[in-house]
Write a protein that binds this ligand. Structure first.
Ligand code: GCW
Length: 680
């Protein structure tokens, strides 16, 4: 059944002409040393792929003289051929690979070469991907290596099986049955991730209780780590800062308490005894009620460094989150992380990454990039994207997130002059950092299709591709995903890609146009709630973000307001300073403006808002129409599932538009013009 379980590893039967081409080029496989567990998995995957795509497994040969497909490490390659430029191979580092047609013993061979078994596995996945995309094997000649070192999923999975902000069912980790029961799904999870180059996973929620560091849970995590290890995926754990108290009755968790420091050292030792390749800790401290070093008047750096010191002997790292804000400083929540962390630049140990959300507030449909990017040259900053769509319609609305990721990665911080993009900050090239990382909050759950909807799978896929190469293009990624997921036929992929590429902007338009943000209903963040203004903490209220009244709307972050603009470099601040000339996609993020303010189109702000809301609804309808026209290319199961979701999206786009405009009309006294016709 086309239930989405296979993700991008469907390995559909290839069309005859292309299959012929493959059969002519690849007749057998010389596997090399399959005692290596990673190599063995590469061979297994190739056999799975070839069997499914071509109807039969590849004959295995041991004699290299007869080989037509070979996997060779650079060492092995140097021994049998000098036809391949090994200097070029060296540049590919630990995880890169080369995929090419080479001559070995004067015979043409399809070659996967790498400096490590891991690189060979990535190369095998890439060959299989290229075959699924029906790339001519003769043209196959490319090398690739990841630009970011730690490419990590963050699961917000709780030990009771629930998933915070998860919309794909309960957790895929069965903490009850682990470590005894190894669900085969764990391996498929590893395959799907390794195919993208994802090499780390934080198993538990950043809001986890300390019990996840208890010995019994470490053993459970170890069982998963065992499955993931040969796929090159390291396990990490979220660590609660007060674990010495919660687990062992300590009086405090103060980083200056030698007993506390020793507790963490002992804990690290215990973990590495059971999980030798353990990745390290992810920490949410002094944020939304979580304990942290601030409880003892210590800085985030002191807290992070204590954990880093404990992990250091084993090569572990700390991913310390910069997502902090407090109600005591409610003038502008968006400024707090910068104020707190910027002064700590250079104060973190070498094995600490500071993990910063893409924007200064919280995974909104659109935010400007976080001002910390570019502002802490002496600290490696790790990007945190959200794959699960907490604020973008969960699994019911379609929103392809690659354009959002790309928009942030390509943003220019001007930290070291023009061209200092966020991508260069996080890949370490701007400031010369060796330790680099990118995290994506996973959208994975127990649902048969993993992500709650077929189109949500695209966001997991796109995250993986951009983690490998933050300069990759969201269109290319989307096209590849469509071909792997549905079909190669252009009559299908082109219109569907068009729909995907516009989908996120549609959500921006019907939820939070023109730079508005955080107008979602309370708690669950689904559906409109701009009228909410009575929540306990000021910065939890939508009204705090839009500040609409009869005179105008928007958050003044210029000098006359919170001056958050000053947290950006001069060039960036200037580009957002003048509402008359700036990029209007961020208008009300930075400015509070009268309802009659003249937009660049000549329309008033009020008219412009109405138009954006209307446009969002029209786009949702257009997506629905496009999908209807694609019925001939899609199986019944996935066609219907997507069509039903799109109906919800159309209805709810209208709901967002009507509710938001009704509210803003009420506060502004402006009339709502005739707009989009409600769906039937
Ligand atoms: O946006 C908020 C989410 C919380 C989440 C928090 C965070 C894990 O609503 O559910 O908690 O961000 O990122 O820590």
């Amino acid at each position: 059944a086309e239930d989405g379980y296979d993700l991008w590893l469907r390995y559909q039967t290839l069309p005859e002409s292309y299959a012929k081409d493959v059969n002519r080029t690849i007749k057998n496989l010389v596997p090399g040393d399959i005692n290596d567990p990673t190599r063995a998995l590469a061979i297994e995957e190739l056999q799975t792929g070839f069997s499914k795509m071509l109807g039969k497994p590849l004959p295995i040969k041991s004699n290299a003289g007869k080989a037509s497909l070979m996997l060779l490490t650079s060492e092995a390659l140097a021994q049998i051929s000098n036809d391949v430029d090994t200097a070029k191979l060296t540049e590919l580092g630990d995880e890169g690979y080369l995929l090419t047609q080479a001559k070995i013993n004067n015979k043409p061979v399809t070659l996967i070469a790498a400096n490590s078994e891991q690189g060979l596995l990535y190369g095998a996945f890439e060959l299989l991907q290229q075959m699924q995309l029906q790339t001519s094997l003769k043209e196959l000649n490319h090398s690739s290596s990841p630009k970011i070192q730690r490419r990590v999923l963050n699961h917000w999975d709780n030990l009771d099986g629930s998933v915070e902000r998860g919309y794909a069912g309960s957790s895929i980790w069965d903490w009850w049955e682990l470590p005894g029961v190894i669900n085969p799904r764990y391996k498929d999870y590893a395959r799907a991730n390794a195919a993208l180059g994802i090499n780390g996973t934080v198993l538990n929620n950043v809001n986890s209780k300390a019990i996840s560091l208890d010995h019994r849970y470490i053993e459970k995590a170890a069982a998963l780590a065992e499955v993931f290890r040969p796929y090159g995926i390291k396990v990490y754990l979220s660590a609660r800062f007060n674990a010495p108290m919660e687990l062992d009755g300590f009086e405090n968790a103060d980083p200056q308490n030698p007993k506390v420091r020793q507790w963490w050292k002992d804990k690290a030792k215990e973990i590495y005894q059971i999980i030798p390749n353990f990745g390290g800790f992810l920490v949410k401290a002094n944020s939304e009620g979580q304990p942290g070093p601030g409880d003892y008047g210590r800085s985030h750096a002191e807290g992070a460094n204590m954990l880093a010191e404990a992990l250091e002997p084993y090569g572990g790292i700390v991913m310390w989150r910069a997502f902090v804000y407090s109600e005591h400083d409610a003038e502008d929540r968006g400024k707090q992380a910068y104020n707190e962390f910027k002064p700590l630049d250079g104060k973190f140990k070498d094995n600490v990454l500071l993990q910063v959300k893409n924007g200064p507030i919280d995974f909104q449909p659109r935010e400007p990039y976080h001002p910390l990017f570019g502002a802490m040259p002496n600290t490696p900053l790790m990007m945190e994207f959200q794959i699960t769509k907490e604020y973008l319609g969960f699994a019911t609305h379609i929103a392809y997130l690659a354009p959002l990721y790309q928009e942030v990665l390509a943003a220019d911080t001007f930290a070291k002059g023009k061209g200092s993009t966020v991508a260069k900050v996080i890949d370490g090239s701007l400031d010369g950092h060796k330790l680099t990382g990118i995290a994506g909050v996973a959208n994975i759950g127990h649902h048969r299709n993993w992500s709650g909807s077929i189109f949500n799978q695209a966001n997991w896929y796109a995250f993986g591709r951009l983690a490998w190469d933050p300069y990759a293009d969201s269109q290319t990624i989307g096209r590849d995903w469509l071909a792997l997921t549905f079909t190669n036929e252009e009559q299908f992929t082109e219109p569907t890609l068009g729909m995907m590429m516009r989908s996120r902007e549609a959500v921006v338009d019907y939820m939070t146009p023109l730079g508005l943000a955080h107008l979602m209903a309370t708690g669950h963040h689904y559906g409109p709630g701009p009228w909410v203004s009575d929540l306990g903490r000021p910065e939890w209220n939508p009204a705090y973000y839009h500040k609409a009244d009869k005179n105008g709307i928007g958050f003044d972050r210029t000098k006359t307001g919170s001056n958050a603009l000053a947290q950006y470099s001069k060039e960036v601040a200037q580009s957002f300073a003048d509402p008359k000339t700036m990029d209007e996609r961020y208008l009300l993020w930075f400015h509070h403006l009268p309802w009659d303010f003249k937009l660049q189109s000549g329309k008033t702000l009020w008219q412009g808002l109405v138009e954006h809301y209307d446009h969002g609804v029209e786009e949702a309808k257009a997506m629905q129409q496009t999908w209807q026209s694609l019925k001939p290319y899609v199986d019944q199961e996935r066609f219907t599932d997507t069509a039903q979701r799109l109906q919800i999206q159309v209805d709810e786009a209208q709901w967002w538009r009507d509710a938001s405009l009704a509210y803003f009309s009420h506060v502004s006294g402006k009339a709502i013009p005739q707009g989009t016709t409600p769906p039937k």
